[in-house]
Design a binder for this molecule. Structure first.
Ligand SMILES: [Cu+2]
Length: 186
């Protein structure tokens, strides 16, 4: 209820901040991924989460404090060293029933639509950020600043990894990503 009340109006197409029975992107965790290997490499810039598996390296994973809302966003950077495109196709966490993959289509990040996958170009990277692609938790457990949330990521190539994303103040966006009016629904 609280989360719905915090939602900005443009999010209604997603049933309120991206939730909805027809959300396409919730993935179930695959328990037996042979290439699952948590990385000890710490991301630069604090204790934001990172991991590497296969050709994918994830860094800068973090969650803005949802301030009591029943949804939270996950931001990170995913780099793909392979010669073929890959894509983030699902995510799961003990702290949420599932995740929607969304694309915010306005600079403020208020107008999000669900997507089937988040492409990661060959030899390139994709930033999950408030005004672009990101993950939105569905049925989230209460989390708050200081918590560390495990998020399992699944890529189209079959690569899977688990990252531990710290919950940071919502104002912790890198300067070039700080949304002006995204706080209302995250
Ligand atoms: Cu969002």
């Amino acid at each position: 209820m609280v989360a719905a009340a915090l939602c900005l109006a443009p999010a209604v197409a997603l049933g309120g901040c991206g939730g909805g029975a027809d959300a396409p992107a919730s993935a179930s965790p695959a328990a037996s991924a042979p290439d699952r290997e948590p990385s000890a490499a710490a991301a630069p810039g604090g204790d934001r989460g990172g991991a590497a598996a296969g050709a994918i390296t994830v860094s800068e994973a973090w969650i803005p404090d949802p301030a009591g809302a029943e949804r939270f966003a996950v931001y990170l950077a995913a780099a793909n060293a392979a010669a073929a495109e890959d894509a983030l196709v699902g995510a799961s966490s003990p702290s949420a029933e599932g995740f929607d993959l969304v694309l915010a289509e306005d600079p403020g990040g208020a107008d999000m639509r669900p997507v089937d996958e988040i492409p990661v170009p060959p030899g390139g990277s994709t930033e999950l950020r408030p005004d672009g692609f990101h993950l939105m938790a569905v049925g989230a457990a209460p989390i708050a600043e200081g918590d560390r949330v495990d998020v399992d990521l699944v890529f189209r190539s079959g690569t899977e990894m688990s990252v531990t994303a710290p919950v940071l103040p919502a104002s912790a966006h890198p300067a070039d990503q700080a949304p002006e009016d995204h706080g209302g629904h995250h």
